[in-house]
Design a protein around this ligand. Structure first.
Ligand SMILES: Cc1cc2nc3c(=O)[nH]c(=O)nc-3n(C[C@H](O)[C@H](O)[C@H](O)COP(=O)(O)OP(=O)(O)OC[C@H]3O[C@@H](n4cnc5c(N)ncnc54)[C@H](O)[C@@H]3O)c2cc1C
Length: 443
């Protein structure tokens, strides 16, 4: 794939991040017959829950259907921020919340951001974590007015770490004239998602009370002996409690949960190394970039500052690697025309989980504990909620104070007309793209 092709000669249809850390095949020699807690799902949330359970003196078995790290946690853009928008359904509907709840949610997202830095420091994880801020670009002139309103709200709420950037100043932030100005959020950053995952996995492996079982799918959950009999592809385990941490890969293991989560594909490319001078011009401050569209793109430089990592919902469903690479490369060039000759070296996709209220959730359903619903922003939130759930459960089992579980009082809402098969995603994706086109080209 050379010549005018957009594909680099060493093009790979797998995550760029896996060059530094690949998912691990860790198979338990035999599953224990009994344990305190079975954690289903070995991503950030499941591993963080197991780590917190171990530190609270509680045994666990983590079941992972694939290799450890094969889910979304090693596939993301690696962007993090201390903020969460409250009150928008993924359907576009506006939802009303009490101001106290909104304040609580914002507080949890700030806590999640801070605790990511604490976790990385506590476990000595080398994952290129750094706070360099995010530039949120306005895709239409009217969107800039929306950003101004958001900025004024943030300032009124006491935030001092944000500022507006007009269109004629934006080249100080990003080497692009695509946006109509933007908003900079300084309390935001990035990391290498697979190295972070690898460090968390190593931290879990240092704790003897955790059994990891890869290539081991939980296939059914049956109430038994005051707890649960967990049937897996490798036999049964009796547990006092079960934690479900399956996010965008949630199946019909627990239909109640499946009916509340929409798995949406998110797609990413990495470019080959940029020609000299282009990286500094494209991203002078090392920020991450996002935008105000409904079908948004998110992008950044790789940790070595040499490549672009460019992601987006090119389609809301799975597509083949070549199509994905072409769509995302075209979107990159639309924003940064100097990238026209830069080739794609890697492409990949993964699933995020949307909830009706666009909020993450942790809690209990039918006696099962869960932590799900990243809505595309889970690098700091999912380990935070996994840790909080692990602590709360350890507290319950040992009679100690396990702390308050964020979102525990907020019901995970049912999605109207949805039984677990997201038939409407192509239609929603198409409608959102049409609305974006209308906003940007016609209005
Ligand atoms: C392409 C992409 C880009 C993203 N970009 C960003 C970003 O820039 N910033 C950000 O904050 N977030 C981002 N995210 C979201 C973030 O990656 C996720 O929120 C986070 O990784 C979710 O972690 P998790 O542990 O909940 O789920 P996962 O890491 O997906 O783990 C769930 C695991 O459960 C396993 N599983 C499912 N069912 C079973 C079963 N029955 N038995 C056993 N195991 C099971 C799956 O195999 C999977 O490995 C992105 C996600 C994707 C896909």
């Amino acid at each position: 794939m050379t010549g005018n092709s957009i594909f680099a000669s060493d093009f790979k249809d797998e995550p760029y991040w896996w060059e530094a850390f690949r998912p691990q095949a860790i198979e338990a020699s035999s599953l224990p017959q009994k344990t305190d807690v079975v954690v289903v799902g070995g991503g950030y949330a499941g591993l963080a829950a197991a780590r917190a359970l171990a530190d609270g003196g509680v045994q666990s078995v983590v079941l992972e259907a694939g290799d450890f790290g094969s889910g979304a946690s090693t596939r993301s853009g690696g962007a993090i921020s201390a903020g969460l928008s409250v009150g928008k359904s993924f359907t576009g509907k506006t939802l009303a919340y009490a101001p106290d709840f909104v304040r609580e949610v914002v507080g949890w997202s700030i806590d999640a951001y801070r605790s990511l830095f604490e976790l990385v420091a506590a476990e000595g994880i080398e994952c290129h974590l750094e706070q360099r801020g995010r530039f949120l670009g306005a895709c239409a002139a009217s969107h800039y007015d929306g950003l101004r309103a958001r900025y004024e709200k943030l300032r009124a709420g006491g935030a001092t770490d944000c500022h507006l950037v007009s269109r004629d100043q934006q080249r100080a932030e990003i080497g692009s004239d695509f946006y109509h100005g933007g908003l900079v959020l300084e309390t935001a950053g990035k990391l290498h998602p697979a190295l972070f995952y690898g460090g968390l996995l190593a931290a879990v492996r240092r704790r003897n009370s955790i059994t990891l079982a890869g290539q081991c799918r939980a296939t059914s959950l049956t109430p038994a002996n005051g707890g649960w009999r967990v049937t897996t592809s490798q036999g049964d385990v009796q547990a006092r409690h079960v934690v479900l941490a399956t996010n965008g890969y949630t199946s019909n293991l627990v239909p109640t949960l499946q009916r509340r989560l929409v798995p949406v594909a998110s797609h990413v490319i990495a470019t080959e190394e940029l020609p000299p001078g282009l990286a500094g011009k494209f991203c002078p401050k090392g920020r991450t970039f996002s935008e105000t569209r409904r079908v948004l793109n998110y992008y950044r430089l790789s940790p070595d500052g040499k490549r672009v990592i460019f992601g987006g919902r090119a389609r809301f469903t799975e597509i083949d690697g070549a199509t994905r690479a072409r769509l995302l490369h075209a979107a990159l060039v639309e924003r940064v025309p100097e990238m026209a000759d830069v080739k794609v070296s890697h492409t990949w996709q993964g699933n995020v989980a949307f909830t009706y209220d666009a909020l993450p959730h942790a809690g209990e359903t039918e006696g099962l504990h869960f932590v799900v619903g990243c809505n595309g922003s889970g690098v700091s939130m999912m380990p935070y909620l996994g840790t909080a759930l692990g602590r709360a459960l350890a507290g319950k089992l040992t009679g100690k104070d396990g702390g308050k579980l964020p979102f525990a009082d907020a019901a995970l809402p049912r999605i109207p007309l949805y039984s677990g098969s997201p038939w409407f995603l192509p239609a929603i994706g198409g409608a959102f793209r049409a609305l974006d086109y209308f906003d940007e080209r016609i209005r």
